[in-house]
Each structure stands twice: as C-alpha cells, then as structure tokens.
Design a protein around this ligand. Structure first.
Ligand code: GLN
Length: 570
C-alpha cells in the first residue's frame, strides 16, 4: 500500500501538510492505544490507562505511555501541589503530573521526558521554531503545525523506545477547549497510521442517581457523541460506574456509539487501585486491544502467565494483611492528601511486604506550635512518624518538636528531604548546643546554618538551575543501617527535588555527637542515621518516587518493619 506518510512528511510550502516524521520511523511497527475521557474528570482515567499499559506490558509487549496535559505550563514544576496534587519527579529530573507516578508504579519501570507532554511544551516548541524560520514562510497554525508537533513527539518516543505500543492518555475530557487540538492530532494520527494501527478507547461515566436507584446512560451517550463529532470512532468504551454496569446499559452504549457490545466494558469502583488490573482482565480489555491492533503474534503467553502470577501474589498479600499499625505524617490531611500521594503509596507497598496494613494519622504541627496540641498527644497512638518533603517555615518548629520526641523516645522516624534537614537542625540544637541552629530557608541570618544553600557544591555536582532535580547516585558507608537496608549495595540511586543541603562546615561536630552520615553524593550528604535508636533515618532524597508494588523501597520497608517491632504496639 502507498505509504501516506511519505507524502505528508515532505517539508514543502506547496502542500498544506505538516507532519514531521522522525528518522527511522516505520509505519505500522508501533501501534497506538489512545484513551479519552468523557462526561467528567476525576473518574480515574490515569489509573485505568496505567493498568491497561501494565496489562499490555505483561503480554511481553514494549508499552510506552504518554500522558498529555492541556495546560500551558511547560512542566509541573511550577504547579502548586496543594491545588494540583504532588509534583512527581522522574529520574531524568522532569517534573510531572502525579499520573506519571501511577504509570511507573503499575509498569514497574522508569519513565522520562519522552513520556510526558503539556500544551505549554508543544506551543513553546512551535513558537521557537517560528522564530528560527523553520516553517519556510508559512502561516503557523494550530492545524497542521501544533497537531504536527504532537504527532512528531509521539512518533519520536515510538522510535526512541522501540515501542510495540504507545499508549496515549489525553488529559481532561472531550469538549474541553484546552485539549481540542490534541484530540484533533489523534484523529490525524489514526488517518495517517491506518485503522489497524490505532485503537481508540473512550472512558465514560454511567450515572446512578440515588433518587432513581438505577443506572442511566444519557450523559455517557452525549459524551460519546462529542467524541464522534470530533471524527473519532471509539473501538472500545470503558464504562466507569459505582457498581457493575448492567447489560442493558452496555447495549444502549453499543447502539449509540457503533461499538460492538463485547467492546463495551464495565469498570466499577474498586477498594484499591491494585485490584483494577484483574477486573480489566476479566472483561478481556487487554485482549480486545490486541485484537483491534492485530498484535496476537507478538504476545508472549509465558511472560503473561509469569507477570500475572507475580501481580496476584502482591494482591493477595495486600488483601491478606490483618494487623494494623498507625503511622504519623506531619501535615494537614485535607490539604496534603494528594500532595503526598507517593509517600502514601510507598507506605502501602512496604506494608504489604511486611504483611500489615498502615493507617495514617495526619499531625498538624502548627497546632503544636500554637499550643493547641501537645507533642505527647500527637504521638500517643503512632508507632512511627514520617516528616515528608516540604518548603518554608509553616509548621517547621512543630515538626522539630516531634522529631525531638521521636529521637528521645526511641520511636521510629523517617525524614524525607525536609524531614532529613529538620532532623539535623533538631540534633544540632539539642545535642550539639547550637541553640539557634536552623536552615537558612527559614532563618537566613542564623549563627549555625546547618542546612544552607550551597551554590558551589551544586556546581561541582553539575547542576543547572537552583533546584537539585532527578536521580543521583549515593555511595553508602559499609556497615551502616542504610547500607544494610539497601541490601548491602555500595551505590544506590534516588530522586531529588530541593535547594538546600547539609552544610559541610558543621558535619564533624554533628558526627562527634553520634550522627552517622551513611551515604554521600560527592561531598553532599544523602543519608543520616542515629544508632542505637531502633530507626532514626533521614535522607535528602525522595525514596517514595522509586517505590513500586512489586519492588517496594528498602527505606520504607525498613521503617515499617521497625514500626511493627515497636514496643508501643498495642
Ligand atoms: N525546602 C527544602 C529545600 O528546598 C526541602 C525540599 C523538599 O523537601 N523537597 O531544600
């Protein structure tokens, strides 16, 4: 068949087309699954898509996800986590939406900037190209230039990652102004790649109003109609609903959307996101995608059996855990639940590994500062506490009071980034006699800046901007607890997102009083511990970003184990 891409890829002013095709791209070699949402946001489209990516990967296919977000920020670094949820950091330092964390956890693999695209990034690229005159005098337009760059990005990822399948999740819902050009790009993609190479999946919502007590499909029908009006015929419709979607409703959806009823699948609410892959498999969603894309020959049954078994072992552990422990996290639940999504997930993974269930108690440390809550009260029913990453002075003194209590009372403590820094401040003040010790983030004039901004150090480690971002190796000190927890590895790698560091000027004084710096990246301190305390560990990194259900992070595993062993366990 004539390859349409050969015509479209021509860089010329004589044609209306603009479709940059990367070198080495072969049409049909990579197949595409595109997931859209209709009716409303908040249905768990990201979770659904990551489960689907996992199921395709389990079949032995190289499945690369791409999340598209319509907003005009170039990445998630400038988004307020209290508004938008956690900023997830990839190993290459890309700051992304928290959905990328879900893909990494589900697929158990590292992603990169090739897996994340925002509207801002697409526009920035087109505008920069325009200034360089790369559009050969053409008037630069949403179609074909913006849509062309989007397809170019997707195809580049396909080539770079040698993907069998690229799974694209279109953020937002059909009908949003913000992602309309992206949806248009997907329509063009299907035309250019050919029908057997692109599978459109539409997630919709089946309402069940309490006053009626039955499922209603009208809103879903209208949502699907919106997608059809964009020139996209779905191959599969995934119906989110509180309860299992009945056959009558599935038939109605089928009738109104030209989708065979077997391709209309029910995705009811689940207790845990980890139960979703099995549910999707029961409706054969993964096999449906394979058959739409004619990928049967590439499926490896053995790989699939092995992967399914590993997953089911994890799910069984998760379901089987009876014993409950309560872990404190400093912060305000209502504000921070999404801001600390990865910390909570990492705790969940470590809990399943240790056969327990973790309950979280949020400790509002500004209440401690104001005297509304005593530290003893706050700590009364917890067997371990995490002070997670954070910025600024809000609640910092209260956190320091908590850390002191945990240190003095032998209660397990895990300090993450800011929690590591404040542990050093607390120790310097209380044990080393540096009464006014602080981080210069909160007191720029402190006499004892044990945590400071170290531009010189940052240059040595080769960092660009003023934030240390992404994965860095740390060399561990033999014989330490951290070294032991990481399976006696000499070098480990965790991700970072911070400005300040432990100040080398004070390290010796701190060490003399008993702190052990168990890991370093060059001269920068990465880990601290405090023997003989049963578990007092801090890290400048964010180990939660690398924790996965099938490979929980060792620091979290050790922390949960120590918490289980705590004498205060009732
Ligand atoms: N505010 C601290 C810093 O910038 C810690 C940041 C964090 O916890 N991610 O260094």
């Amino acid at each position: 068949m004539h390859n349409i891409l050969d015509t479209l890829a021509k860089k010329t002013t004589e044609h209306e087309y603009y479709t940059p095709v990367p070198e080495g791209y072969v049409r049909g070699k990579t197949k595409y699954v595109v997931v859209f949402g209709t009716v409303m946001s908040g249905l768990g489209k990201g979770i659904f898509s990551s489960c689907l990516a996992k199921l395709l990967q389990d079949k032995g296919l190289v499945c690369e996800p791409i999340k598209f977000d319509g907003y005009l920020n170039q990445d998630a670094g400038t988004l307020n986590p209290y508004r938008h949820g956690e900023v997830f950091v990839l190993d290459d330092g890309t700051e992304t939406d928290m959905d990328l964390g879900t893909y990494e956890r589900m697929q158990n693999k590292n992603l990169s900037a090739d897996n994340y695209l925002t509207g801002g990034r697409v526009f920035a690229k087109v505008l920069a190209k325009e200034r360089k005159g790369e559009y050969l005098g053409r008037d630069v337009q949403i179609i074909p230039h913006i849509t062309g760059e989007i397809k170019g990005f997707i195809r580049t990822t396909a080539v770079k990652k040698k993907a069998d399948v690229v799974l694209i999740e279109v953020g937002g819902t059909v009908g949003d102004f913000e992602n309309s050009y992206f949806i248009e790009a997907m329509r063009e993609l299907a035309y250019e790649e050919g029908k057997e190479n692109v599978c459109f999946v539409c997630m919709t919502y089946i309402m069940e109003p309490a006053t009626l007590g039955e499922q209603k499909s009208k809103a879903a029908q209208l949502g699907l109609r919106g997608l059809l009006a964009s020139g996209i015929q779905p191959d599969i419709v995934a119906c989110r609903a509180e309860r299992k979607v009945g056959d009558k409703i599935r038939e109605k959806i089928s009738l109104f959307s030209n989708v065979p009823v077997e391709h209309v699948v029910s995705v009811p609410d689940m207790e845990s996101i980890y139960f979703i892959p099995d549910t999707l498999k029961e409706s054969a969603l993964d096999d449906l995608c394979v058959s739409v894309l004619c990928l049967e020959k590439k499926v490896d049954k053995k790989d699939e059996q092995q992967a399914t078994k590993e997953w089911q072992d994890f799910v069984q552990k998760l379901r089987g855990a009876r014993k409950k422990i309560t872990i404190g996290i400093t912060g305000k639940y209502t504000v921070l639940r999404d801001a600390y999504a990865s910390v909570m997930k990492a705790l969940e993974h470590a809990a399943a590994y240790n056969n327990v269930q973790v309950q979280i108690k949020w400790i509002e440390t500004t209440d401690i500062e104001k005297g509304k809550l005593s530290v003893e009260e706050a700590m009364a029913d917890v067997v371990g506490v995490i002070v997670p990453g954070g910025f600024g002075s809000r609640g910092a003194e209260g956190k320091i009071q908590c850390i002191r209590y945990l240190r003095e009372n032998n209660i397990p403590y895990l300090g993450l980034c800011y929690g590591f820094q404040l542990a050093l401040v607390e120790f310097a003040r209380d044990v080393c006699g540096m009464k006014e010790a602080n981080t210069t983030e909160n007191d720029p004039k402190t006499k004892f800046p044990v945590i400071d901004y170290l531009p010189e150090q940052m240059k040595i480690v080769g960092l660009g901007g003023n934030m240390r971002l992404g994965g860095y190796n740390a060399e561990l000190k033999k014989g330490t607890k951290v070294w032991e927890l990481y399976g006696k590895k000499e070098t480990v790698r965790e991700r970072h997102r911070h400005r300040y560091e432990a100040n080398p000027v004070f390290l010796q004084q701190l060490e003399e009083k008993g702190i052990i710096f168990s890991g370093k990246c060059g001269d920068l301190i990465e880990y601290l511990e405090l023997p003989p305390h049963p578990f007092f560990v801090g890290t400048q990194s964010h180990p939660e970003f690398t924790s996965r259900p099938l490979s929980p992070n060792p620091l979290y595993v050790g922390f949960v184990r120590a918490a289980v062993d705590t004498k205060r366990l009732r």
